[in-house]
Design a protein around this ligand. Structure first.
Ligand code: GUN
Ligand code: ZN
Length: 440
């Protein structure tokens, strides 16, 4: 064994083998937990995971073991819906969706016609994601192809697993953002250059029905049919004003979802952000077609969009993922997304356990995005993307954690109290890519 190819980390380890269910106690066999564990990495992959006392006996004498015994390692967090181009307009005051798009979002996205700006923002965004413990995201660019060249290029240099696409929009937005017929050509070119390259995947990205003509959505559907390995991302039923607008623009459509169905955009690799205002029929059709809703709780609270109904989703068998939706979302960390999801749940009388939350943020999101053969668990053969959480990051967190007597209580305290200070390190592709204390 060449010791240099290997990395060994001693820490508490937590991962989910399957959904924990909605009960206070997780379903049998769902949680894999080693209070004193050893994570063994080899060439960017997880080689072995186990109890320290057992696994360490297999190691040659004298190997270096990184000692994170007072930290908790979980799989890297996954964000199923986020706009990297909106990083600089987070927390723009006080509007609902359509005004917010016109006043803040569209002017901001115009700036991405500059390759230099796109490169600076790509780096800034990835720095923030890694600082927040997020190792994979499904990302919207602007309508400029160079926004995604810059983004994918930056991800490639860092060896990150990321999905993303350039926004397609050919109406109802400032002229400078409309992509007309070049939208589909640019998308095809980006797919050829980036899809399947190293750890990158392409998501075809019509922004939402109001800003794409039927012709553009049909062309996006044709692209998807031509290559089932592609992903699809867009928005659906976020806000009541948006719903009324879609009904006006597509008077012959049975409902909002039918606009996307007719274009062939709904399938097992499709993510529809929000889905706050769905009816039973739409949920059942999404479930039948295997598509998922990206639940974006901090964004839905910020824009006053409404409360996503998790129980109705579960009853219909409709999958959903957890997402920040930056720039309408207010926080990048998975902890904050779960905290908002918990608060939305409380207002709906649908409590969210920490088991459900952290399963969702890791294995759940990976599975629903068809990435579970690569990421989402601490499991031999998967890629070595994980977070090292410091439960003593702040005095308050430390005091609260000391009062907990079970893992479930500790996870809940993290979900409600932790922020980016609790992300001690973020590892991706087998390398430490962020260190809170700057000691890389
Ligand atoms: N719907 C269409 N575009 C957007 C966007 O950029 N953000 C949000 N939250 N909703 C949208
Ligand atoms: Zn969005």
């Amino acid at each position: 064994m060449t010791v240099t190819q290997n990395t060994f980390i001693r820490a508490e380890l937590l991962s989910f083998a399957k959904p924990p269910g909605a009960q206070d106690r997780p379903a049998a066999g769902s949680v894999e937990h080693f209070e004193d564990g050893l994570l063994w990495l080899r060439e960017g992959l997880i080689h072995a995971v186990g109890r320290f006392s057992e696994l360490s006996s297999e190691l040659p004498a004298g190997v270096d073991i990184i000692d994170h015994s007072d930290k908790l390692i979980m799989p890297g967090f996954i964000d199923s819906h986020v706009h990297y181009v909106q990083l600089d307009i987070m927390a723009s005051y006080g509007r609902q969706l359509l005004d917010w798009l016109n006043e803040y979002t569209f002017p901001e996205e115009c700036r991405f016609q500059s390759a230099e700006h796109a490169e600076v923002l790509s780096q800034a965004f990835l720095n923030e994601m890694l600082r927040a413990g997020t190792t994979t995201a499904q990302v919207f660019g602007s309508s400029h192809a160079i926004s995604m060249d810059a983004f994918f290029g930056a991800c490639q240099t860092r060896g990150l697993r990321m999905l993303g696409g350039k926004v397609m929009m050919d109406r109802n937005a400032p002229e400078a953002l409309l992509d007309g017929t070049t939208g589909i050509q640019d998308t095809e070119r980006l797919i050829a250059d980036w899809h399947g390259r190293e750890r990158l995947g392409y998501s075809v990205t019509p922004r939402f029905a109001p800003t794409s003509t039927k012709a553009q959505m049909d062309a996006a559907g044709a692209l998807l049919r031509s290559d089932p390995t592609l992903w699809l991302q867009t928005h659906l039923a976020e806000n009541r004003g948006e719903l009324a607008w879609v009904a006006e623009l597509f008077p012959d459509s049975q409902d909002y979802l039918a606009v996307y169905e007719r274009a062939g955009l709904v399938g097992p690799k499709s993510t529809f952000a929000h889905g706050v205002h769905l009816n039973e029929s739409m949920r059942e059709r999404l479930a039948a077609q295997g598509a998922n809703i990206a639940f974006c709780p901090s964004s839905n609270l910020f824009l006053g969009s409404g409360l996503f109904d998790r129980d109705a989703a579960d009853r219909a068998g409709m999958a959903f993922t957890y997402a920040s939706d930056i720039g309408a979302g207010t926080d990048l960390t998975g902890f904050a997304t779960l905290k908002s999801a918990y608060q939305v749940g409380q207002l709906n009388n649908q409590p969210l356990t920490a088991w459900q939350g952290f399963y969702g943020l890791t294995h759940g999101n990976a599975k629903t995005l068809s990435l579970d053969q690569k990421i989402g668990q601490l499991k031999p053969g998967l890629e070595a993307d994980f977070v090292v959480v410091d439960p003593n990051a702040t005095e308050l967190l430390s005091r609260r954690i000391r009062r907990c007597s079970t893992l479930g209580e500790r996870l809940f305290a993290l979900m409600m109290l932790a922020d980016d200070r609790a992300i001690f390190e973020t590892w991706a592709n087998g390398e430490c890519q962020h260190s809170r204390d700057g000691l890389l």
